[in-house]
Design a protein around this ligand. Structure first.
Ligand code: NAD
Length: 285
């Protein structure tokens, strides 16, 4: 029997509706709307699309988004000064710096300059550390969104074999921490793992975040498993595709996310959720 699709777009839309309602209630209680500063340096076309989606989601969720579109020539010091002024700005609850940054700017230095209480991407070492220590505060958006998709399927990771392919700071590593927190038995594969097939075929829950189309073959998938494809690639035909051979995996999995319309919208919805919660903590402690 073919898999059931996990409709990330619809699940994300429900999150955004709920956030909108909560924001409207805040405003009715006399509070201001949550504010998100979105910083983009340079004009990377993929980043421009992601930033546009985030600003659109703010409008849908009742969150004020403040655009800071900076030229490629912006220096690290100029960017730090902007972040420090946003850290002090009482109308701003969340600061998002769209990655990747130009090569002359050190990403980790910039992330560490963001006030952890406004780090709505959840990338600051303080927030990653809180997640590692099982006391999460602001959680990295993509892995957090994946946990919501797993909740939606209704299959608890507790005691199950969860395999994460990819070990980046923004997806794979925090994903493994989230799955551990959910009680999963977690294996993390990465560029030095070698043959992925034995790991994939023993996964009850498989999360793939590599950035290489077809790296996971459909015939490797454990029948009935949950397959979450984080990968976002532009295929030879110009269309968006994930990392998993979708057609093959669809025949074997129990549940699977499409690309587009799976993880991507959830990442943005979790950004809205983090911004709302950051505002609530500031305005209504
Ligand atoms: P990254 O390049 O930082 O990390 C890729 C990871 O894949 C690394 O840990 C690397 O070790 C691993 N890897 C590389 N080759 C491998 C191999 N042969 N076998 C096993 N592992 C291998 O990428 P990232 O930022 O984590 O993003 C991964 C993918 O997810 C990209 O396609 C990106 O566009 C997508 N992404 C999607 C969302 C979303 O919201 N949908 C968010 C973030 C990233």
């Amino acid at each position: 029997m073919p898999a059931q699709l996990i409709d990330g777009k619809a699940i994300a839309a429900k999150f955004k509706r709920d956030i909108r309602e909560q924001v409207d209630q805040m405003v009715a209680r006399g509070m201001r709307r949550p504010g998100l500063a979105v910083i983009m340096v340079g004009d990377n076309p993929a980043s421009a699309v992601y930033v546009r989606n985030k600003r659109k989601a703010c409008a849908e969720s009742g969150i004020v988004s403040v655009a800071h579109d900076l030229p490629y020539s912006t220096t690290q010091q100029e960017l730090i000064q902007l972040i420090e002024s946003l850290n002090r700005d009482p109308s701003i609850d969340g600061i998002l710096v769209q990655l990747p940054l130009p090569q002359h700017i050190e990403q980790s230095v910039i992330i560490e300059k963001i006030d952890p209480a406004k780090d709505v991407d959840g990338f600051h070492p303080f927030n990653v550390g809180r997640l590692a220590l099982r006391v999460p505060l602001i959680r990295p958006c993509t892995p957090y969104g994946v946990t919501k998709l797993i909740d939606h399927v209704g299959l608890s990771p507790k005691g199950r074999h969860c395999v994460v392919i990819g070990a980046s700071n923004i997806v794979g590593r925090p994903m493994a921490l989230e799955l551990l927190l959910m009680g999963g038995t977690v294996t993390v594969c990465h560029r030095f793992t070698g043959d992925l097939k034995p790991y994939v075929s023993s996964a009850d829950i498989l999360i793939v975040a590599v950035g290489r189309p077809g790296i996971v073959r459909g015939e490797w998938i454990k029948p009935g498993s949950v397959v979450i494809d984080v990968g976002m690639n532009r295929g030879a035909d110009g269309k968006l595709c994930g990392d998993v051979d979708f057609d093959g995996a669809y025949e074997r999995a129990g549940w699977i996310t499409p690309v587009p319309g799976g993880v991507g919208p959830m990442t943005v919805a979790m950004l809205m959720k983090n911004t709302l919660e950051s505002a609530e903590a500031r305005l209504d402690p």
